[in-house]
Design a protein around this ligand. Structure first.
Ligand code: TXA
Ligand code: MG
Length: 324
């Protein structure tokens, strides 16, 4: 776990224009000083991310929001009060402190206050905003441990802060509050039901096929193995058939698991609680890759609560690979 000295060192790296991998409650981020265009550009290089894909600016507290955005509508204030620090990202009008390189040229900016003691300590010690996408190569599975980051990015990152495994495990919920009615751009750690309870009205959730936000390609959050989604009751039969056909099959096995062992290369039993499933999801996908699976058979959970974000990530992991 990162020490106070590590935090100081990381803040120094940010001030010097370097890149720091930092734990958040959702996934690990690859951070740079938000106001240093050259450092922000390096994030795109290291990730292999197209420059049009906007980043999230992480700040230390909701009170600082006005320093980074042009105008804070009442809805944004309300959501920030309820959910920050936490896994919620708000899209607002870009303020002059945010360079266009961080927003992929957009006049809006995504901002969030993370809820992880190490991230909060770093933001306090650094004092400024930290732009940080998930600390993985573009399109692949987000890291939920410091080891995932080291394995994937190695020397490309100047310093890695270890904050243990991420509590939430899927990325933040992104809500656009620039228009009249807020809309969910990406389901995540704050559930739609929780947002609706605070807002007092229902929210639309984009279907995967309609999402046109930059940086939201169909294939994303994807392991090396191809992912196939079937009905929960067909997972075992589909997996065993593919295994017989010569694939090295990994299975994300929904509960209740069958009495007999599944004839596949590797099997992960899905935790019963959605929170535990979300926490484990990316680790499971990495694990199945590591075991040499070339095909992962899974099903979608019920799309309520955290199940909405899990289903969104599984759909994207199963999405067509050619559209980058
Ligand atoms: O939980 C998270 O959100 C993690 C941690 C590290 O904070 N970060 C994360 O960042 O998932 P990234 O870069 O992997 O995803 C950021 C998403 C992208 O889908 C991008 O399109 C969207 O945020 N985004 C950023 N700025 C935006 C903007 N101005 N308008 C619409 N979407 C935006
Ligand atoms: Mg990402």
């Amino acid at each position: 776990m990162a020490s106070t000295r590590d935090i100081e060192k990381a803040a120094g790296v940010l001030r010097g224009g370097g890149l720091v991998a930092l734990p958040t409650e959702t996934v690990y981020g690859l951070g740079a000083n938000a106001e240093d265009s050259a450092a922000v550009s390096r994030i795109f290089q290291v990730k292999g991310r197209p420059p049009s894909h906007p980043l999230i600016v992480h700040i230390g507290s909701a009170d600082l929001l006005g320093d980074w955005v042009e105008d804070v509508p009442t809805t944004a204030r309300l959501l920030a009060e309820h959910f920050w620090p936490g896994p919620l990202t708000l899209v607002l009008r870009r303020g002059p402190r945010v360079p266009l390189v961080a927003t992929g040229g957009l006049e809006t900016v995504a901002v969030r206050v993370p809820d992880h003691p190490v991230a909060r300590a770093l933001l306090a010690a650094f004092g400024g905003g930290v732009t940080a996408p998930s600390a993985n190569r573009f399109g692949s599975v987000s890291p939920t441990t410091a080891d995932h980051v080291r394995t994937e990015l190695g020397d490309a990152v100047d310093f890695v802060l270890d904050g243990g495994p991420c509590e939430v495990g899927v990325e933040s919920t992104i809500v656009d509050v620039t228009g009249g009615i807020p809309s969910i751009l990406r389901p995540g750690g704050v559930t739609r039901e929780d947002l609706e309870a605070v807002l007092g009205h229902s929210l639309d959730v984009p279907s995967t096929s309609h999402v046109r936000v930059p940086g939201q390609h169909p294939s994303h959050y994807a392991p090396r193995a191809r992912v196939v989604l079937v009905e929960p009751e067909k997972v075992v039969a589909e997996a065993e058939l593919a295994q017989e056909l010569g694939h090295r099959v990994g299975v994300l096995l929904p509960a209740p698991s069958p009495g007999d062992p599944v004839k596949a290369h590797a099997v992960v039993e899905i935790p019963r609680s959605a929170a535990a499933y979300a926490r484990g999801l990316y680790g499971f996908l990495r694990e199945l890759d590591q075991q040499g699976c070339d095909l992962i058979v899974a099903s979608l959970p019920v799309e309520e609560g955290l199940g909405l974000a899990i289903a969104n990530r599984l759909r994207r992991a199963a999405g067509p690979r050619s559209t980058v």
